[in-house]
Design a protein around this ligand. Sequence first.
Ligand code: FMN
Length: 76
Amino acid sequence: MFIENVMIAARAFGLDTCPQAAFTPYHRIVCPHLGIPPTELLLCGMALGREDPDEPANRLATEREPVAAFATFLGW
Ligand SMILES: Cc1cc2nc3c(=O)[nH]c(=O)nc-3n(C[C@H](O)[C@H](O)[C@H](O)COP(=O)(O)O)c2cc1C
């Protein structure tokens, strides 16, 4: 949820993000490069920048459930 707020804020600045947790098993290699001490855990990373629309991987459009399918607003 924390990283999600960073992702939403990034959009407000016109930036794109891609959170990734898949590399956390490689924490012993990654942490020394990032200066992360052994007392901390590598939980997740996030690419931050500008999307390359010509990159085929960036053309993946995942479906979104309509809000009405998972939320009920009472008293509005
Ligand atoms: C915290 C977090 C970690 C993620 N880690 C990975 C990952 O390691 N590998 C991956 O392919 N997708 C990962 N994802 C999913 C992608 O970042 C992304 O959500 C997915 O490509 C679908 O795009 P969409 O969120 O725009 O639907 C992660 C998502 C979140 C929120």
